[in-house]
Design a protein around this ligand. Structure first.
Ligand code: XMP
Length: 512
């Protein structure tokens, strides 16, 4: 078991994963575990400190999440954030009440006592609040170290027991000195060293893969995107020719995608790529299916069934490697804590029970932008590292309603025009992801004095860092104009183009 300097207990906050990444940015490795992780498993990680995340519940709710109380006897520093603060207060005998003034958004905090948590930060700093309940009476032995207008106890501490708690969220971008505060906790209070970086992450993962795989073979599903390519590169370093990279053409790819992926793997990464033509199989299974979750589940299952068939052609393949990211995990299932299922990403929530592979998922704890840094570390080609994300279920989740060959052909044409316009105008690298969606909507138009009644394409372009949150991209109207004109003029069957101006949240990036 690897030593984990900081363990984060997840009580379901949408920001929990940001705690981990802020610490990693400061060079400190940490792992997120569910709020009810057994104490023995926490002890095995030999942490130097614990962080209790925020969460949507109230500590007084009947079903409120409570950790194993033994965590308070581990005699290591603890930092509670928002819900975590309220748990600490309740546990040590203080009082938490619903606040008259809910605080959402920016607030200023004033220092009340000196504390290492605030070293190298300024008094009256801006923090991000998001809470309904608040501490009303401190437990014995605790002091107030900062306050805000609406939170008399914006930060509290029991320095003799090394327990600290914040009403605000230091992990969000809008908390001015949030990274410094988290770093102070890990570094100055817990004594963690800043020794973690992408290079050490790569080494750790390569060692883990070697140990797990031994002399067996690993089938690695690749798509040409950065995630699966990084996984393949890590595996190649770890086990060389025991790696069997497999690219499944499920018929839901974009124009020339298969050729591009084959070229990348064969000619630039010099890997023996196996391409499987499974177009008919996928399209047959998707016939008549309109529900987004059902589409995702069918695609996830069919991928596994294709991989199982391929694996039988070799001796001793018992592992399947995938480029699963934290974003896929957090949205698909409540694996790390009590967060809600948003959609079943094909490589997580879409996996069938009957799968016989053991999974290897070295990127399961990290985010897209971190994967790109890892790709640089592994010397992958830049155009592969900077490719926009493309979801495993492909165009199936970009066609609203039933998927069929005709609609796939329409969408492919529209999408390749849009990407071509972005590239030729220098905007491809300026947006995080861009794609077209074929809506299940027909509308009336007029072209060349004739009435048309045709399909609508929606152009979706987003700015993001990690895919967890996103805003629609503010690209020039002239560019939207040329995309719209070209799609309507060049794609027979489309007479209307719209632009999606929804952020995430409340939307998600993909439409299904
Ligand atoms: P959403 O739509 O959940 O997308 O906001 C976040 C990011 O994840 C990609 N995505 C997927 N990637 N398998 C994948 O490999 C999936 O099932 C899947 N669903 C969404 C999406 O394109 C975006 O970049």
């Amino acid at each position: 078991m690897k030593h984990v300097p900081i363990v984060v207990l997840d009580f379901g906050s949408q920001y929990t994963q940001l705690i981990a990444r802020k610490l990693r940015e400061s060079g400190i490795y940490c792992e997120i575990v569910p709020y009810n992780e057994p104490i023995e498993s926490i002890k095995e990680k030999e942490p130097k400190g614990l962080i209790l995340s925020g969460g949507p519940a109230s500590v007084y709710d009947s079903g409120a999440y409570h950790p194993d109380n033994e965590i308070f006897n581990l005699e290591i520093p603890i930092l509670g954030i928002c819900y975590g603060m309220q748990l600490i207060t309740q546990h040590f005998g203080g009082v938490v009440i619903p606040s008259d003034n809910h605080e959402y958004g920016k607030a200023k905090i004033k220092f009340e006592e000196e504390c290492h948590l605030f070293d190298d930060t300024q008094n009256n700093q801006t923090v991000w609040m998001s809470h309904a309940d608040r501490v009303d009476m401190l437990p014995e032995g605790f002091i107030k170290i900062a306050s805000s207008d609406n939170s008399p106890y914006a930060a509290i501490a029991n320095t003799s027991r090394n327990i600290y708690a914040l009403q605000f969220h230091p992990e969000v971008h809008h908390s001015e000195f949030g990274t410094t505060i988290l770093n102070n906790f890990a570094n100055k209070i817990c004594g963690c060293e800043a020794s973690w970086n992408m290079g050490s992450f790569a080494k750790e993962q390569i060692a883990k893969i070697k140990e797990k795989v031994g002399d067996k073979k690993v089938l690695c599903g690749v798509s040409g995107g950065v995630d699966s390519s990084v996984v393949a590169a890590l595996l190649h370093e770890a086990i060389g020719d025991q790696l069997i990279p497999v690219f499944v053409d499920h018929g839901l790819l974009r124009t020339n995608e298969k050729e591009q992926v084959e070229d990348m793997f064969k000619n630039r990464l010099h890997a023996n790529l196996i391409t499987v033509d499974a177009k008919e199989k996928f399209l047959e299974k998707l016939k008549g299916v309109t529900d987004p979750e059902q589409k995702r589940k069918i695609i996830g299952e069919t991928f596994i069934s294709v991989f199982e068939t391929e694996a039988k052609k070799f001796d001793d393949i018992s592992f399947l490697a995938q480029g699963t990211l934290y974003t896929d995990v957090i949205e698909s299932v409540s694996v790390k804590g009590p967060s809600k299922t948003i959609k079943s990403h094909h490589n997580v929530g879409g996996l069938p029970d009957w799968m016989s592979f053991e999974l290897i998922e070295p990127l399961r704890e990290i985010f897209k932008d971190e994967v790109r840094k890892l790709g640089l570390e592994l010397d992958l080609p830049l155009d592969m590292i900077n490719r926009h994300p493309f979801p495993g279920p492909g165009l199936a989740i970009r066609i609203m309603g039933e998927v069929n060959e005709d609609d796939l052909a329409l969408l492919r044409k529209a999408d390749s025009i849009m990407i071509d316009e972005l590239k030729s105008n220098g905007y491809y690298d300026k947006v995080w992801q861009a794609f077209c969606v074929l809506l299940n909507v027909k509308s009336v138009g007029v072209m060349g004095d004739n009435r048309t009644y045709d399909n609508t394409v929606c152009v979706r372009m987003v700015e993001s860092v990690d895919g967890m949150t996103a805003t629609f991209a503010h690209i020039p109207h002239e560019l939207l104009d040329s995309i719209s004109n070209r799609i309507i003029n060049e794609v027979d069957g489309i007479n209307r183009v719209v632009y999606d101006i929804t952020s995430k949240p409340p939307g998600t990036i993909e439409w299904e």
